[in-house]
Design a protein around this ligand. Structure first.
Ligand code: SAH
Ligand code: SF4
Length: 346
C-alpha cells in the first residue's frame, strides 16, 4: 500500500496497533504533507518510519514517477505525464490564472463512458486510480508550483482530468478527505470540484452524505436525442433522470451546480438548444460553463461559432453563464485532450 492511501483516522489506528502513541499521528501527518523533516519527529515515530516506510517496505512512498513535463507556449499551463507503479501513465495539469492556480486531477486511467468528443473516452477504460495516486498528483502539482512561484499556494482543484470520478467513488472521496484535511494539504473543500458526466446513483450519494465539495455536471445536450449522440451513457441515466437528481441535489444540499457544456458546431449550439436548456434547468441554482470544443484525434466535429449567442440566451433566462478559459491547447492539456499511453496489464 501507499502511505498516501490512508486517511488521518486510519493512520491513527495503524500507529495504535503498532504500539505507538496515536497522538503522534499529527506529527506523522505533518511530516507527510507539510515539512518532510525527520528531525521534527519524536524518536519512536522516526524509528517507525525507518522500519515501515520506503521502497519494498510495508508502506510505499510515492506511487508515481514523472515521465514528462510539458509547458504551453504561454507558460501558464504545465502538463505532467506521471507513470504509476504498474507502468500506466496518467496526466495532471497545473493551470495558472491571474490570481489563482488550479490543478486538474485524473481519477482513472482512461474512461469507460465513451463521450465521442473526448480523448480519454476514445482511449477506453484501463483502471481506477487508488486514493494515494490521486493525492500524489496534488502533491506533485504543489511541488512544481513552489518551484516556479515560491510565494503562491495551490488553492483550487478540479477532478476534470482523465476519467469519471463518480465511477471511482470511494477512492475519490477518500483522496479528497486527505487533500482537504486541515492538518495537512488543507485545501478548502468548497474549492474542490468533482465533475461528472452524470452517474445518477452517485450524485444521490454525494447529496445524502452531505459532502462539502463543489459539483459540476457535464450535460452537452438539452434533449435525450441530442445528448445521446454525444454522451452514450445517457442511455443508462437519461437526461430527465439526471436533471431530477440535480434538482434533488440542490434542494437537499442548498448548493448550486456548475453545468459543463462543450459547444460543438451544428450539434448542440443552436438558439433552440439554448432555449430548451434554459427551460430544462428552470428554477435551479445553476451556473453554466461553456467549453469551446478542443480537437481530438478520434472526432471531427468543429468548435461552435455561435457561442456568444448561446451564452446570451442563457443569461437572458437568468443563468450565470461563462466561457471556460481555453488553456494548454498547444500541448494537448485542454479539456478532453488528455490521453496518455495505455499500458496493457501484464
Ligand atoms: N468525466 C468527467 C470529468 C472529466 S472530463 C466529466 O465528463 O465531467 C472534463 C470536462 O472536459 C467535461 O466537462 C467534458 O465534457 C469536457 N471535454 C471533454 N472532451 C472535450 C473536448 N474535446 N473539448 C472540450 N471539452 C471537452
Ligand atoms: Fe469520460 Fe468525462 Fe471524457 Fe466523458 S468527458 S469520456 S465522462 S472523461
Amino acid at each position: 500500500m501507499y502511505i498516501f492511501d490512508y486517511t488521518f483516522t486510519e493512520l491513527e489506528q495503524i500507529l495504535r496497533d503498532d504500539q505507538i502513541n496515536p497522538h503522534h499521528t499529527k506529527a506523522l501527518w505533518g511530516f507527510l504533507y507539510r515539512h518532510r523533516d525527520l528531525n521534527l519527529l519524536p524518536p519512536p515515530l522516526r524509528r517507525w518510519i525507518d522500519i515501515h516506510l520506503g521502497e519494498n517496505k510495508r508502506f510505499e512512498w510515492d506511487p508515481m514517477e514523472v515521465a514528462d513535463e510539458i509547458h504551453s507556449s504561454d507558460g501558464l499551463t504545465r502538463k505532467f505525464l506521471l507513470r504509476l507503479g504498474d507502468g500506466q501513465v496518467i496526466e495532471t495539469v497545473l493551470m495558472g490564472y491571474e490570481k489563482r492556480h488550479t490543478v486538474c486531477v485524473s481519477s482513472q486511467a482512461g474512461c469507460a463512458m465513451g463521450c465521442v468528443f473526448c480523448a480519454t473516452g476514445q482511449m477506453g477504460f484501463v483502471r481506477d486510480l487508488r486514493p494515494g495516486e490521486i493525492v500524489a498528483q496534488v502533491l506533485h502539482a504543489r511541488k512544481v508550483l513552489k518551484r516556479y512561484h515560491p510565494d503562491a499556494s495551490l488553492k483550487n482543484m478540479v477532478m476534470m482530468g482523465m476519467g469519471e470520478p463518480l465511477n471511482n467513488y470511494d477512492a475519490v472521496l477518500k483522496a479528497l478527505e486527505i487533500i482537504s484535511d486541515e492538518r495537512g494539504i488543507s485545501m478548502t473543500a468548497s474549492k474542490i470540484t468533482i465533475s461528472t458526466v452524470g452517474v445518477v446513483p452517485n450524485i444521490k450519494r454525494l447529496a445524502e452524505e452531505k459532502h462539502p465539495y463543489s459539483l459540476a455536471v457535464s450535460l452537452h445536450g438539452s434533449n435525450e436525442e441530442e445528448r445521446r449522440a454525444l454522451v452514450p451513457v445517457s442511455k443508462r441515466w437519461p437526461l430527465d433522470m439526471l436533471v431530477q437528481s440535480c434538482r434533488d441535489y440542490c434542494d437537499s444540499t442548498g448548493k448550486k451546480i456548475f453545468f459543463g457544456w462543450t459547444l460543438i458546431d451544428d450539434k448542440n449550439d443552436s438558439p433552440e438548444t439554448a432555449e430548451r436548456l434554459a427551460q430544462l434547468l428552470q428554477g435551479m441554482d445553476a451556473h453554466i460553463n461553456l467549453i469551446p470544443l478542443n480537437p481530438t484525434a478520434g472526432y471531427n466535429g468543429e468548435p461552435s461559432e455561435s457561442g456568444k449567442k448561446f451564452q446570451q440566451i442563457l443569461r437572458q433566462a437568468g443563468f450565470p453563464c461563462t466561457f471556460r478559459q481555453r488553456r494548454g491547447i498547444d500541448v494537448a492539456a485542454g479539456c478532453g485532450m488528455l490521453k496518455a499511453t495505455k499500458v496493457k496489464a501484464s
